[in-house]
Ligand binder design. Sequence first.
Ligand code: FES
Length: 187
Amino acid sequence: MEEKYQDEFEEFLKALENGEVTAEYDGKEISEAVCPANGSGKGDNNEENNSIVSLLQEIQKEHHYLPADVLKEVAEKRNIPLMDIYSVATFYKSFSLEPVGKHKIVCCSGTACHVRGGKKITGEISRLLKIKPGETSKDRLFSLETVSCLGACALAPLVVVDGEYCGNMATSRIESFLEERLPLQKE
Ligand code: FES
């Protein structure tokens, strides 16, 4: 494991031991597909990493994130060091160790989007959903993220809602835009 992950991993382990990161896990049985009883998970490095990625994809598909206690159980049953699993889980941005919302909103904060009002749009979405970038709403309906560039700068400012690219966004139309796609709850 790279050194930069070591501290994070130790914190992760401590939180796992204290039960701090398991509260959201609903206790579902781990499916046979994720954790076959006789699987060893051993092989050469590439093969092993690919195998871990596949495992993590299955877990995330089932839970929408990677619950810590599921990772621990898989590590034990597949005989893979938990550190290796954690390392892969934190390397790929598509994996999340935190619960994520049913609907994912990604705001671009790259230069092209920023100069065309991206920050205000993120602020407005944040206000409407009552969550900050990096957070998930308590009801687990929404997650809000920012990324540095989505690679479609001609569409700036850009917002992605559940994978749908929505370019040339404006603060004046963000509310109606979200209402058309998401179950916004007003007070
Ligand atoms: S800066 Fe926003 S898509 Fe590139």
